[in-house]
Design a binder for this molecule. Structure first.
Ligand code: V47
Ligand code: SF4
Length: 393
């Protein structure tokens, strides 16, 4: 047990009973999660998240932090929906919307392959020109020319859209895509499941039960998937906890989620900034730690450096995250809304960032098979959480 947790239990700390549960591996409740969010003791919350991460990692892997060598592909930014937080498919910019040909998608994939990537994360807007036949051809072409590349593609939102467009069931759409090389599904499109937040943000697509149903079907068909939660869109802490609990419930049923990714909204190009509270760095760290603690059946928690920024993503590793996503190449969705993080992290830079945060970099494939444990070794970071947070500002 970590010294911080031991001290908390021994000294009757207000979170002592939760610490005891975490230590014993007892599942936390909604009430526990509310108390964790309300606590100001960020050091204790971080220590609990870190403890849960180490326990889940298993012997010999306590310090492992995973990343993949990947790229993002976004074949179209035209979207029939108008979610208010989305600058990527901004309706005001519709005249500039693009739709790539299958050849163009293949050309971009080829460029990534030449850089050595082995995973493509492909998502896009809901565009009637990009129907099931278009995506089948994209997958067929990429898998026949670049068979070593794993296709992590289509959010539940896109699967729902394709099913409605084609008059097919979710299962039929997924089976057709799997037949031509779909390897797994990313977690995008969950936003916040709460209906009132969705109404305020004009999110009309994929309510919670459909998002969960589609992921459940994917799991039953043998696909691994991820799950996300978008914060900074007028949600309450209770909304976040309920979102995590719905995902935990689905995971109990179908078990195919690999990782949970708390996302943070950027506001450039949107008109929501005056109506919402931007999450503070310490709130984002709580999202990481509390998701690690509450979602005990999720193998991994991802610190998405594109949105957290590199320094906060490094700090998130001490709060329970064990994954830094990937090297990426070029990110469009968050950068369209003003993210200032780099577009790409070279593999050696990624490893150095993980190691300098005190963790062992491990390159993984999309479904968490280890490709290589890096020769770059962890360097202990002796700075306090408070000092590191102050530097991030
Ligand atoms: O679904 C939309 C969100 C998501 C904005 O599965 C915004 O491994 C910030 O899902 N500011 C896409 N976020 C990103 C995503 C993801 C990223 C990394 C890894 C994985 C994975 C998934 O970004 C969207 C939406 O929820 N988003 N607009 C915005 N203005
Ligand atoms: Fe379309 Fe997705 Fe953007 Fe909503 S978040 S407008 S569904 S691309």
């Amino acid at each position: 047990m970590s010294a911080v947790i031991e001290k908390a239990i021994a000294s009757g700390h207000p979170l002592a009973d939760i610490a005891e549960k975490v230590y014993a591996g007892t599942r936390l409740t909604r009430e526990d999660a509310i108390r964790l969010y309300e606590s100001d003791d960020l050091q204790a919350i971080g220590a609990l998240g870190e403890f849960a991460r180490r326990k889940k990692a298993g012997p010999g892997r306590e310090k492992y932090v995973y990343y993949s060598h990947n790229m993002h592909l976004n074949p179209t930014n035209f979207c029939v929906e108008t979610c208010r937080f989305c600058s990527y498919a901004n309706p005001a910019e519709r005249s500039k919307a693009y739709t790539w040909t299958v050849d163009r998608v293949l050309e971009e994939a080829r460029k990534g392959s030449e850089r050595g990537i082995n995973e493509i994360h492909m998502v896009g807007g809901l565009n009637p020109a990009c129907d099931l036949g278009y995506y089948e051809e994209v997958l067929r072409q990429i898998k026949s020319k670049l068979p070593h590349i794993h296709m992590k593609a289509f959010t539940a939102v896109e699967i729902e859209y394709l099913a409605n467009l084609e008059g097919m069931s979710y299962q039929e759409v997924l089976e057709r895509l799997i037949a031509v090389g779909l390897g797994s599904m990313p977690g995008g499109g969950a936003e916040i499941f709460d209906e009132e937040v969705r109404e305020r943000m004009a999110v009309k697509k994929t309510p919670a039960h459909v998002y969960l149903e589609i992921h459940g079907i994917a799991h039953k068909l043998g696909l691994k998937t991820n799950a996300t939660m978008l914060t900074g869109i007028s949600e309450s802490r209770e909304n976040k906890i309920d979102h995590m609990l719905l995902l935990r419930g689905q995971q109990d049923l179908t078990g195919g989620f690999q990782c949970f990714i708390p996302l943070k909204c950027y506001y450039d190009g949107t008109n929501i900034a005056s109506e919402v509270t931007e999450p503070s760095p310490s709130e984002l760290l709580k999202d990481i730690a509390i998701s690690r603690l509450l979602m005990d059946n999720f193998p991994h928690i991802k610190a998405y450096w594109i949105q957290l920024g590199v320094e906060l993503a490094q700090l998130a590793l001490s709060f329970g995250a064990d994954d830094m996503d990937g090297t990426i190449g070029e990110e469009k969705i968050t950068h369209a809304a003003g993210a200032r993080s780099p577009l790409e992290l070279a593999q050696d830079r990624m490893e150095q960032l993980i190691a300098s945060a005190g963790y062992q970099p491990v390159e993984r494939d999309t479904i968490y098979n280890i490709r290589q444990v890096s020769s770059v070794k962890p360097v202990e970071n002796l700075e306090s959480i408070a000092d590191r947070l102050q530097k991030i500002g």
